[in-house]
Design a protein. Structure first.
Ligand SMILES: Cc1cc2nc3c(=O)[nH]c(=O)nc-3n(C[C@H](O)[C@H](O)[C@H](O)COP(=O)(O)OP(=O)(O)OC[C@H]3O[C@@H](n4cnc5c(N)ncnc54)[C@H](O)[C@@H]3O)c2cc1C
Length: 568
């Protein structure tokens, strides 16, 4: 008899990492509880830059349309001459416009205050029958062999009560000061950056500034940046640093006003509402492992770093969910009883090197910002947020669960952000992000009667999903493709979908009876994107997180890949 009182997954903390984890698990049909210690939702724009790789993830989760409807593009930043503070020295884009391509449909960051992103995620979670339980603070955990006991203090107005939640798995997405990591006794190695890198952050209303730009004033003593992250909002996100009395700025409105006046040199701007201001001390730290038994840490609970580079929220949601694997789909498979718990070891194995690299990059950018001069020197370098920071190159080519029969796997992480990609001839490899490909003419979809040619066209990003693997079977016109389809057809469709990809006209003997979807690659984007010759047979297995799990030459390779993932 299953134990009715046990919660399959308890998520502690409803920031971006917790919300995305919960949504991924719900999309996989896994019941979850998500608790949050605060009695109400956060204010504050904080992690506002949503990178292209995260947009792909949010697209798989069905959230991206709502995010894009509310977000704005990255606007140019203006650096002003001091004293005076009104004359622009330079204007440049943090994220120079990159045109979308068929394989990379989301090519630039979008900006949306983190409070809005969280609200959208909560709405989607509500629609998936899961509500964040507010006012529930975890204070200790007791891991057992087959479950975890979580002790929670519930607050409702003046009322307080204790609840003990019994769960099979517990995920600590409770932020940098999280209880879960501390309860596990995990080392959190790294450093707290020096006082010159401490900041005041906040959401403040500023009257008198043009809204088409972000604004930057900097001299040797003060750096002052104002960003706006939502189109319909006059509230600016403030970052203020330098040799200032930060505690006094936070405590006294008059001091904030004075620093804004002195720091910008402007007399024509006025401070309006203050939503919040807080002192912020950047740390660079990472947990030694992201899993201990039945308990995981993800997001800021697992790694913290300078806010420069816009990688924090992005890395948090990518830890937690599908795109760069991680926790969501693996835990779902284990919960469904089709994967062994050892699959969960690959969460740390894959994410730790990526996060270590991310810490280096964001610290370098913070140091560049500290070196930026009031005359604009170094500013462009310090504020650049394009290229590798889009995270499209982040990969797991060394992972023990990926299989690559085209290019030998890396033994150890060589290039987790994919920066050196051109050195290996740009061939797509297992462990990397799976490219999109539009212009696929659907020959048959679903399990209906076969053989009927349809005219609808689709893209791979419409076919991939967050709860199942997708096997792209590139046909060479021989029977090999049909053989792989019938072999993989033994897996239930909720775990694996097969897609037969034809280069040109379909061979006369083709039946499409077995594959879940059969398509003609009308524009050659799938063959081009995955570097498959039009007369070549190849199988590319895409994981539920949109990373390539396997590139194999036939049934044997596919069996090897799925043997590693689905072994119970
Ligand atoms: C100034 C600044 C600028 C930033 N800019 C960017 C950016 O542009 N792009 C980017 O990607 N990132 C950015 N970040 C980083 C980003 O905000 C964080 O990385 C992100 O919030 C991490 O999400 P999380 O869900 O892991 O943690 P959090 O957002 O910290 O969420 C943790 C949640 O857990 C709750 N909690 C804590 N303890 C308990 C408990 N015991 N029981 C229950 N609940 C608990 C907390 O109340 C909180 O709601 C920035 C951060 C700052 C400060």
């Amino acid at each position: 008899m299953p134990d009715e009182s046990i919660v399959p997954v308890l998520i502690v903390g409803a920031g971006p990492a917790g919300l995305v984890t919960a949504l991924t698990l719900r999309k996989n049909g896994i019941p979850v509880r998500i608790i949050e210690k605060e009695p109400r939702a956060h204010v504050g724009q904080r992690g506002a830059g949503i990178m292209p790789r995260s947009q792909e993830l949010l697209n798989f989760l069905g959230v991206l349309d709502d995010i894009r409807a509310k977000s704005m593009g990255v606007v140019p930043i203006r650096v002003y001459r001091l004293p005076g503070g009104t004359e622009p020295i330079m204007t440049f884009s943090l994220d120079p416009a990159v045109a979308p391509t068929p394989s990379k449909p989301y090519s630039n960051a979008v900006v949306l205050g983190q409070n809005h992103t969280e609200e959208i995620l909560r709405d989607h979670l509500d629609q998936d029958a899961c509500q964040v339980e507010l006012g529930m603070a975890l204070y200790s955990i007791q891991p057992q062999v087959d479950h975890v006991l979580a002790h929670v203090l519930k607050k409702d107005g003046d009322q307080e009560a204790i609840e003990t939640i019994k769960c099979r798995w517990l995920i600590g997405t409770d932020g940098a000061r999280g209880v879960v990591r501390k309860q596990l006794g995990l080392l959190f190695d790294g450093e707290t950056l020096g006082v010159t890198q401490h900041l005041v952050i906040g959401d403040i209303e500023i009257k008198g500034l043009d809204r088409k730009h972000w604004h930057y004033w900097g001299d040797m003593d003060t750096i002052l940046v104002m960003l706006r992250a939502t189109e319909d909002d006059a509230i600016y996100f403030l970052m203020l640093g330098g040799r200032l009395d930060l505690a006094k700025i936070v405590a006294e409105r008059a001091e904030l006003e004075r620093v804004l006046r002195v720091g910008t040199g402007r007399t024509d701007i006025e401070l309006g509402k203050i939503r919040y201001v807080a002192e912020y001390r950047p740390h660079v730290r990472m947990a030694e492992t992201f899993r201990k038994g039945r308990v995981f840490v993800a997001g800021d609970a697992a790694h913290i770093h300078s806010p420069f580079g816009g990688q924090g929220l992005n890395s948090s949601i990518q830890d937690a969910s599908s795109l760069q694997v991680n926790l969501g789909w693996k835990l779902a498979l284990v919960e469904k009883g089709v994967a062994a718990p050892s699959l969960l070891d690959s969460y740390t194995e894959e994410r730790l090197p990526v996060i270590a690299e991310m810490l280096k990059k964001s610290t370098r950018l913070l140091n560049e910002a500290a070196r930026a001069k009031g005359d604009g020197t170094n500013s462009e370098k310090a504020w650049y947020r394009g290229g590798e920071l889009h995270m499209l190159g982040v990969n797991y080519r060394w992972s023990s669960i990926v299989v690559d029969e085209r290019i030998p796997k890396e033994d150890t992480p060589v290039d987790p952000y994919g920066v050196l990609k051109s050195c290996v001839g740009d061939i797509v490899r297992a462990g990397e992000r799976a490219p999109d490909a539009p212009g696929l003419v659907v020959l048959r979809s679903g399990g209906g009667a076969g053989g009927q040619q349809e005219t609808t066209s689709t893209s791979l990003f419409n076919i991939f999903g967050p709860s199942y693997h997708t096997a792209l079977i590139f046909s060479d016109g021989t029977e090999k493709a049909e053989q792989v389809v019938s072999h993989l057809g033994a897996y239930p469709p909720e775990l694996l979908r097969t897609v037969l990809v034809y280069a040109d006209d379909i061979p006369s003997q083709a039946t499409f009876d077995n594959a879940d979807v059969s398509v003609v690659d009308r524009d050659g984007q799938a063959h081009g994107g995955y570097q498959v010759r039009r007369d070549e047979f190849l199988v590319v297995i895409v994981r539920p997180d949109g990373a390539i799990g396997g590139i194999v030459r036939g049934t044997e390779g596919a069996v090897r890949y799925f043997g590693g993932v689905f072994a119970t």
